[in-house]
Ligand binder design. Sequence first.
Ligand code: FE2
Length: 458
Amino acid sequence: MGEKVEELEYQSGFGNHFSSEAIAGALPHGQNSPLVCPYGLYAEQISGTSFTSPRKLNQRSWLYRIKPSVTHEPFKPRVPAHEKLVSEFDGSNSRTNPTQLRWRPVDIPDSPTDFVDGLFTICGAGSSFLRHGFAIHMYAANKGMEDCALCNADGDFLLVPQSGRLWIETECGRLLVSPGEIAVIPQGFRFSIGLPDGKSRGYVAEVFGTHFQLPDLGPIGANGLAAARDFLAPTAWFEDGLRPSYTIIQKFGGELFTAKQDFSPFNVVAWHGNYVPYKYGLQKFCPYNTVLIDHGDPSINTVLTAPTDKPGVALLDFVIFPPRWLVAEHTFRPPYYHRNCMSEFMGLIYGSYEAKVGGFVPGGASLHNCMTPHGPDTTTYEATIARANEMVPSKITDTMAFMFESSLIPRVCNWALESPVLDHDYYQCWIGLKSHFSRLGIDDEVTDDGVHKQGKAL
Ligand code: FE2
């Protein structure tokens, strides 16, 4: 508790070629790395895509820093090892499971636990080594990272705080991220997370081998959903001087390695480029929806997508279910019953979710794996049907649910399947769905003696 929070400045935009300098004149002009940079700074590039990626996809930034990041002792396996981080999903750490799964929120520990130690993998697919796959983690922590920074060599982190703000120091500057906001820390950036509110909990999506981008808008047009200008990148900020026992924690192949150095990695005085951490406030999302009939697919609420090479097939979509008006006529308004070739992991940041009356609470999670049926619980269905003739516009308020949706089939980590917060009764929420079927169709007729004669349509 009581960690310092300052007013921060941000740069607005998505995919921009940003530039920022903490000291006037620190940013070289005319070329990326002159022989001697202003103020004697070292020039260092961080590449988020291959050198030869097409220009429209190429991501890199130039960091002008007091000492280069190479200045550290050799990496050694961290002691103790982290037992619950996975980036290579196989039978040794995870299992397949087609059952609908739901977890209650995990307790935030009382013993000192920072973001790194409080992070644990729920499920995922693929491999960070092969640069194709994803992992879904959650975290529960109560103290900031001290004299250490994490560098995720495996992939991009998309952080979704559910309880407690995150004060994130990065090599490009600092981000203050509150529940209701998200942050993306691209692969390879060093960052350290402070917890100004103490106890904190949230969700993390990690993607291997690609980066998040804004979805195309197609016929929606040039505006709507998440606007580029609402994404905020940090401004340059740096620390100077000795930090005698600073530790770099490298997440590499799901394992943690540590290396000592005697200075802060946040020593970048100026930088420019389009490879950068950023944050986004979900309240700024501009939802679109049906305005007459039929329920739209949830993809209409995609905030960010991490694409595969197949057009329209995501490695991981980040989709939200924000407050919005429901106005559809003659239409079942909650989400439809569904089986999906994609796999759907859901979380709830605050409020309640429109398709579940109870059991899915803020900080909890659910996983409906590939072709596993799911949909509104019995109570939601019956309540909706009962109001079918009195449907007027209604507004969903005070809620923010989200989904990580992937074309890959996640395996679930052993500890998540054995967790005491796994809700073994989840299936019960649908068991009460009763048959409303009647053969009394419009072409049927009932004779005077009550005999039901099957109509031509049947
Ligand atoms: Fe679904």
